[in-house]
Design a protein around this ligand. Structure first.
Ligand code: SF4
Length: 242
């Protein structure tokens, strides 16, 4: 599997666990607020490809972390675009580590296959926008929108019903996700166990620099939306990442 970067230690990215992160290059989405543009845009990937970490080096590192960390987060880019993701996970699990997958949910069949083979211990799926707005984020634009929308909705249903631990999450700011949009997303994940609303963070590496002019929701606005999501959409736990 292509590994574009490794974070050797994190207590923030796998709920309740100590983990490392393996980042994969390439993504089929173009979220303007993305902080990992160097793993998304082909021209940037080209610039860093010589620093990719060979799998054997990664696994040497991982063996040195046995009994020191609990798991591996596979993030991106979009990891389900990697052809040998399944084999990579099998090797990780053989070493006794838990596996968390970060995904945008666009490759439903791949997520389903990994879940059916008991290869995932946690799935974090970004629910970007209400389903009708997904064309704004999808690299292929409006042309192949219907299959994408089906995949997104099927991934949500699968993740909520498969028994694997999970969370949904949405990056928000007033300029690109309205309050009504957030409630539309609430309808898509009605009854979900956990949903994280994370305010957009400005930064130099943001994919579309225009997003750095965004205005975030205030803590009280977030609290208010959180209450509606809990009360009207039955979402059990809302985590606010202010
Ligand atoms: S935020 Fe995630 S899905 Fe969006 S472009 Fe970045 S890596 Fe891809």
């Amino acid at each position: 599997m292509l590994i574009s970067g490794v974070q050797k230690f994190t207590v923030l990215d796998y709920p309740g666990k100590v983990a490392c992160i393996a980042f994969t290059p390439f993504c089929n989405f173009r979220c303007g607020y993305c902080h990992n543009s160097e793993f998304v845009l082909p021209e940037k990937i080209e610039q860093i490809k010589d620093s990719f970490i060979p799998e054997n080096i990664f696994f040497n590192f991982l063996e040195s972390r046995i009994n020191l960390i609990d798991g591996v987060v596979i993030s991106g880019g979009e990891p389900t675009l990697q052809n040998d993701l399944e084999n990579f996970i099998i090797k990780v699990k053989k070493l006794g580590f838990l596996v968390k997958l970060d995904t945008n949910g666009s490759n439903f069949e791949i997520v389903k296959n990994l879940i059916n083979k008991n290869l995932l211990d946690f799935v974090a799926m970004d629910v970007k926008v209400p389903i009708g707005r997904y064309g704004e984020f999808y690299r292929e634009g409006a042309q192949n929108l219907a299959p994408l929308q089906n995949n997104i909705l099927n991934s949500i249903k699968l993740i909520m019903n498969c028994g694997v631990d999970y969370e949904f999450r949405t990056t928000i700011a007033k300029s690109f996700i309205s309050r009504d949009d957030i409630f539309e997303i609430g309808k898509m994940i009605i009854g979900a166990k956990k949903y994280a609303l994370q305010n957009f963070r400005k930064g130099e590496s943001v994919l579309d620099q225009n997003f750095n002019n965004s205005i975030n929701y205030t803590p009280s606005e977030l609290e208010d939306m959180s209450n509606v999501l809990k009360n009207d959409f039955g979402i059990k736990l809302i985590e606010l990442r202010k």
